[in-house]
Design a protein around this ligand. Structure first.
Ligand code: ADP
Ligand code: MG
Length: 303
């Protein structure tokens, strides 16, 4: 189990993390979310042992993770970290990068492992390609596979699919998270993408104001977002009478006190997002059909 106890960290004098505590069990997938600059990447780097803490402790099982003050070489064999900026060896192939730290004394097993991982990240067709000719998204997939090569007990992923296009993203996400579950690898993933969380994360931690704002099940946070920050991570929402109401919880009805005037309709695929005016403020709701600007409709909150 990963055990983070009262972690406090600052860059020089700028505090980034203040009294952060949480656990991640073996095989658990914990998502770290928060606005840009909230300290997600810093948290992962600190967990990896890249920096010394101001206060607190980090344990993986019985072993304390220590920073550069205590370790000549940063990092531990049981833990891998895939940074937002991945550093690969550009002049060797995808396969060679993935197998970089695998033993040369067991060529068959090494090749099997490389083949297995090239499949997980869907790069079979590029196995023999030199990394320098790959796109950003393809490089990100090589970095993921390389981190998995020696089967860590815990992996830290920083925005792991951010460079990957939408065509590949969905299936890749499913494959990678399924692989981690199958191998019982603990995963701490920093992300600003709800699709990395819903359906995959066991717990979701929200960083705000240098602290953990909430740590709960994604489903609970989705259904009962306590703050606009949490709601905004998931969906378009409104605050009506101090209550957070998702755009898809507002429906047009025959008559109600919630009268609004349509400002604009946005095509969203299987629905339209409608922006409307409610006493001078914008309100958002979802509708099956496009609505004409200027018409008045009545809304009701239907959850
Ligand atoms: P996130 O990943 O959530 O966007 P970061 O962890 O990258 O956030 O950054 C958190 C805060 O720490 C930001 O204010 C950022 O400017 C600052 N920061 C990040 N890296 C450094 C660094 N190496 N030195 C000083 N400040 C940093
Ligand atoms: Mg970051």
């Amino acid at each position: 189990m990963l055990n983070v106890k009262n972690l406090t960290f600052s860059y020089n004098k700028t505090p980034v993390l203040n009294d952060v505590s949480f656990n991640a069990k073996q095989g658990e997938n914990v998502a770290i979310i928060g606005e840009s600059g909230s300290g997600k990447s810093t948290l992962l780097k600190v967990l990896y042992g890249e920096y010394d803490l101001d206060e607190g402790h980090i344990f993986w099982k019985d072993e304390e993770i220590l920073g550069p003050k205590f370790n000549l070489v940063i990092g531990y064999d049981f833990m891998k970290y895939v940074a937002q900026e991945f550093d690969l060896m550009p002049y060797i192939t995808v396969e060679e990068n993935i197998g970089k730290h695998l033993s040369r004394f067991f060529p068959e097993e090494t090749q099997q492992r490389i083949d297995e991982l090239t499949k997980v990240v869907e790069l079979e067709a590029f196995a023999k390609t030199k990394v320098k000719t790959l796109s950003g998204g393809q490089k990100q997939r090589v970095a993921l596979a390389r981190a998995l090569a020696k089967q860590p007990e815990i992996i830290l992923l920083d925005e792991p699919f951010s460079h990957i296009d939408n065509f590949k993203k969905q299936s890749l996400r499913r494959k990678v998270f399924k692989y981690l579950k199958e191998k019982n690898i603990t995963c701490v993933v920093a992300t600003h993408d709800k699709d990395d969380v819903l359906g995959f994360a066991d717990r979701m931690i929200v960083l705000n104001d240098n602290k953990i704002a909430v740590n709960d099940l994604p489903e609970t946070l989705y259904k009962h977002p306590k703050t606009p920050l949490i709601a905004s991570f998931f969906e378009e929402f409104n605050v009506i009478n101090d209550e957070i109401i998702y755009a898809n919880d507002l429906k047009i009805i025959e008559s109600s006190d919630l009268k609004v005037v349509v400002i604009q309709s946005f095509f969203k695929g299987n629905f339209y997002l409608i922006e409307a005016d409610l006493n001078g403020d914008s309100i958002f709701f979802e509708n099956q059909k496009n609505l004409e600007t200027g018409i008045e409709v009545c809304l009701s909150i239907i959850k």
